[in-house]
Design a binder for this molecule. Structure first.
Ligand SMILES: Nc1ncnc2c1ncn2[C@@H]1O[C@H](COP(=O)(O)OP(=O)(O)OP(=O)(O)O)[C@@H](O)[C@H]1O
Ligand SMILES: [Mg+2]
Length: 304
């Protein structure tokens, strides 16, 4: 069995459409013949199940974390989307809203063993460790923003924290090195660097091998920008400017893979509890999701 391509979906800001995009990109991938797995890692506010037509998931991540089930695939449930499954994060157990590091690691390690071509991991809002640990764990990540200045700032903070978190986690136990990496992300720090490249240049004097590892890790990452709720042609350009800023300051590849228009039909589809993409007739919204999914496939399956 080939390992699945695992993609996190985050963006820092709440309500920008992360779950909607997860559900509809997943549907588009399934319509192209891929087996798709959905993970709702928004443990404090899980609602991806509703976007996929699952009213009340019988089992979910909490059952796996608590050890009631040995393997993750036992807590997967079918969805309205053909050849797909969902592992829900819905839970009444408050303590699981903020899983500890070991609990998160248990989920992350077991995702690779699941049977799917693509696994989409829908994240909650914010840039705390609960969110960025999932971003850092997988080389692929979609960043969703609606392009408003507040959302752009949050998306940048999410990416920056996620990258710092991933870099720190490469060196367990090396506290001095970890602190130097973390200082970059600490707004209180006087030793702040302006770009990840500056940080790497500075580190390489004392940590040459580790700096090489950091560069390799950054180089392997593929992050994808999706601009949601686009209303006009000017909005579309925001994505290009944001991708340039990320490249310059954070030294990672951010591929602007497309935009989704603002459309009341999308909101209506949430009310109906059916992904919009299950409507097969041609439409501009369908074209948007198709384009984004096709770009995602091209990059993740090696033709770019
Ligand atoms: N392109 C769009 N056009 C119109 N409405 C949209 C669009 N995308 C999302 N919405 C609506 O915005 C609301 C928020 O979407 P969604 O729940 O997917 O956001 P989210 O980022 O996952 O939120 P949270 O941070 O709470 O997890 C929903 O009601 C959804 O229907
Ligand atoms: Mg959501």
């Amino acid at each position: 069995m080939k390992e699945p391509i695992i993609i996190s979906i985050g963006g820092g800001k709440g309500g920008v459409g992360k779950s909607t995009i997860s559900a509809n990109i997943g549907t588009a991938l399934s319509q192209k013949g891929f087996n798709v797995g959905f993970i709702d890692a928004d443990l404090g506010g899980a609602n991806l199940h509703l976007c996929l037509g699952v009213k009340r998931p019988r089992v979910g991540l909490q059952d796996f974390i608590k050890g009631n089930y040995k393997s993750l695939n036992e807590v997967a449930v079918p969805t309205l989307v053909e050849k797909s499954w969902l592992i829900s994060g819905a839970s009444d157990i408050l303590e699981l809203a903020n899983p500890n590091f070991a609990q998160k690691q248990k989920i992350i390690n077991n995702l690779k063993k699941l049977d799917a071509d693509y696994i989409l991991v829908d994240l909650g809002a914010g840039s705390s460790f609960h969110v960025t640990d999932f971003f850092a764990a997988f080389p692929y990540g979609i960043i969703v923003t609606d392009g408003l200045p507040t959302s752009i700032e949050n998306a940048y903070g999410y990416l920056k924290n996620g990258i710092i978190r991933g870099m720190v986690r490469l060196f367990p136990g090396k506290t001095e090195l970890q602190n130097r990496i973390k200082n970059f992300s600490d707004p209180q720090s006087k030793k702040e660097f302006t770009t990840v490249n500056d940080l790497l240049n500075h580190l390489k004097n004392d940590y040459s091998e580790e700096t090489l590892l950091l560069k390799q890790w950054l180089h392997k990452r593929r992050s994808f920008l999706v601009l949601n709720m686009v209303k006009n042609a000017d909005d579309i350009k925001i994505g290009t400017r944001f991708a340039e800023m990320v490249k310059k300051y954070l030294s990672i590849n951010l591929y602007y893979i497309g935009y989704i228009m603002f459309a009341p039909e999308i909101r209506a589809s949430i009310k109906e509890m059916r992904p919009f993409m299950l409507k097969e007739e041609p439409s501009r919204i369908r074209d948007c999701f198709e384009a984004v999914s096709q770009n995602l496939i091209s990059i993740t399956r090696g033709s770019v």
